[in-house]
Design a protein around this ligand. Sequence first.
Ligand SMILES: Cc1ncc(COP(=O)(O)O)c(C=O)c1O
Length: 314
Amino acid sequence: MSIKEAQTIWMDGKLVPWHEAQVHVLSHALHYGTSVFEGIRLYETPQGPLFFRLDAHIKRLFQSARMYRIEIPYDVDQVMDACHELVKANDLSNAYLRPIIFGGYGSMGLLPKKETPWHLAIAAFEWPSLLGADGIQGGVSVGISSWRRPAPDTHPTLAKAGGNYLSSILICEEAHRNGYDEGLALDINGMVSEGPGENLFVVRNGKVMTPGTCHSILEGITRDSVMQLLAERGIQVEETSIPREYLYVADELFFTGTAAEVVPIRSLDGIQVGGGEPGPITRQVQTDFFGLFNGSTPDRWGWLQPLLYAHAWF
Ligand SMILES: Cc1ncc(COP(=O)(O)O)c(C=O)c1O
């Protein structure tokens, strides 16, 4: 899916033209995967453009950095301000934002040294839902990957770190090669983990489950939002261990994520899920989630944040 380029990218405190946001080939992150990043959406709503849980995303960015002992040369408010400035400067009303902190050029060798600069760049651009409008409407086909997610004592999946996405690429590539729309990974013990860029929900016998955080997942912000939206309807989601076999006998399965949003799964490994159509709980979650942006779901949580005329940087 190609990108609709915006005009500028925020880089180390300045807005630079889109094609001038460049790095040196000896940047640490390019060789060793030393980056942490976020994906955030800004939605066009009847109240104008609103960020969805910007604060939660920036907090997770800082937590990912902390797990790798990366010192971010800004604070949370400064990074949030920068997101506001960037969107304003590019006059966007519907966008995906990608803040990334990465090890730059300064020294060679595995361990980042004190000469290794940590850069912060933020790009914002229009980006449709990852698995397509048809996927959101009719559901996607999913195949379980032969690649497992990393074991908990290898490297942290709770950090949204660049290096983790080599695992996601293998899962996704294998799925596409086998004719599926998306892949799904198991953890090191063979329990259900997550998609390459999405969390999974399982509905079985009226119960809603999602893999717990000890199953090598990213603790998704959409996952958390969906759990709260379901709680509002009196449905408690169980964060638990889910055996693979449950997926073949589930009534409903769906993915959640910032890029993908809420996507029904219509088949798994070629086996139809439920009746082959998105089920009632999936549809309810979609209505409640997308309703936040069309005004039909009241935002009781303060998740939606208007664009501010910010200051400070320029
Ligand atoms: C591996 C992985 N799991 C889950 C998610 C969903 O997380 P979120 O809802 O915070 O976007 C993502 C996307 O960020 C991801 O990359």
